[in-house]
Design a protein around this ligand. Structure first.
Ligand SMILES: C[S@@+](CC[C@H](N)C(=O)[O-])C[C@H]1O[C@@H](n2cnc3c(N)ncnc32)[C@H](O)[C@@H]1O
Length: 300
């Protein structure tokens, strides 16, 4: 049975082509030196994605629009197709129907070593990190959430391995919606979500600096976030760089329209100069905005 999973748009194509490019270059470069190359997809979906495209007939404007429905490869299928192969793949998915579709996908590849975890991504990743020794392994983790689900403690766990490269589609729109312009507008739920995402409450001073002095009546000056989305992106990069050995300048997505919704980051945990150099060479080429010019029909 096909489980429909519709998500994303042009930026999804770009994101997946970048991750695919990295996975291919990664196993090619590391295969000679490592027997244990792992791929971990922490927000794995179903393995495929349903794409609806509007196409017009030859009669141009007056023709009715025809809708074409296609099933394309999602990140899990892409990783399975990478050559040289990953030795072990783990697909984590919280939605039971999607996890079931992933188990069907795994059943088509019985000769491969695949685990499907129907679980929360943060819990599954922290358990995976704690349960393994990492000196003889190298892994790529793909964090592709819908929103602000990734906890800081999960990023710290991944970075602590010094063996994992993390592709992280950071939800910039989620951040600027939660981190409202005025600090007083942030309710308890938003405050808790931001603290979980950044690992502590230091974001309050950093994003909402105390400026000016109390007025003559003792009134406290309003605390405002002055950073725009690109300033917030730089803030996120700075914070990630405190945990990871190196974080590349991200690609702003979508590339063809505003407002920016996501930042696609590559975070490198290995502190060895050679490892950082290799990942940076491959990653910065893939993340170069000039490579991603959009041509073609509009996806819904
Ligand atoms: C954008 S989709 C991932 C698409 C996938 N990377 C692909 O290319 O096919 C995000 C997925 O994360 C799942 N999800 C959301 N929160 C989760 C969580 N806390 N733990 C695990 N999965 C989660 C959703 O059910 C959804 O399938």
């Amino acid at each position: 049975m096909t489980v429909d999973h519709e998500f994303g748009g042009q930026h999804t194509e770009i994101k997946l082509s970048i991750v695919e490019g990295y996975l291919k270059a990664y196993t090619t470069a590391l295969r000679p030196n490592f027997k244990h190359l792992w791929y971990i997809d922490a927000f794995a979906g179903t393995g495929s994605r349903t794409v609806r495209t509007d196409r017009r007939g030859a009669d141009l404007v007056e023709e009715p629009v025809e809708e074409v429905v296609e099933h394309r490869r999602g990140s899990a299928q892409i990783a399975l197709g990478v050559s040289p192969r990953f030795d072990f793949l783990m697909f984590v998915e919280r939605n039971p129907n999607y996890a079931s579709a992933l188990r069907d996908l795994a059943a088509k590849h019985l000769q491969r070593s695949i685990v499907v975890a129907e679980d929360d991504a943060n819990d599954a990743l922290k358990r995976l990190v704690a349960a393994n020794r990492w000196h003889d392994k190298r892994a790529v983790v793909f964090l592709d959430p819908y929103g602000m689900e990734v906890e800081w403690s999960t990023l710290e766990a991944l970075a602590s391995t010094q063996a994992i490269d993390v592709w992280f589609l950071f939800p910039l729109a989620g951040l600027y919606r939660q981190a409202t312009r005025r600090l007083v507008d942030i309710d308890d739920a938003k405050r808790a979500a931001l603290t979980r995402m950044f690992g502590s409450s230091t974001w309050e001073e950093e994003l909402y600096p105390i400026t000016g002095e109390a007025d003559m009546f003792g009134g406290i000056p309003e605390r405002r976030r002055e950073l725009d989305p690109s300033g917030l992106e730089q803030y996120v990069q700075k914070r990630l760089s405190e945990v990871f050995a190196h974080v590349l300048k991200p690609l702003a997505l979508p590339v063809d329209k505003h407002p920016q919704m996501f930042s696609l980051f590559l975070c490198i945990s290995n502190r060895a100069t050679g490892a950082i150099g290799l990942a940076t060479r491959i990653g910065s080429h893939l993340l170069d905005p000039k490579r991603h010019i959009i041509i073609g029909p509009t996806m819904k």
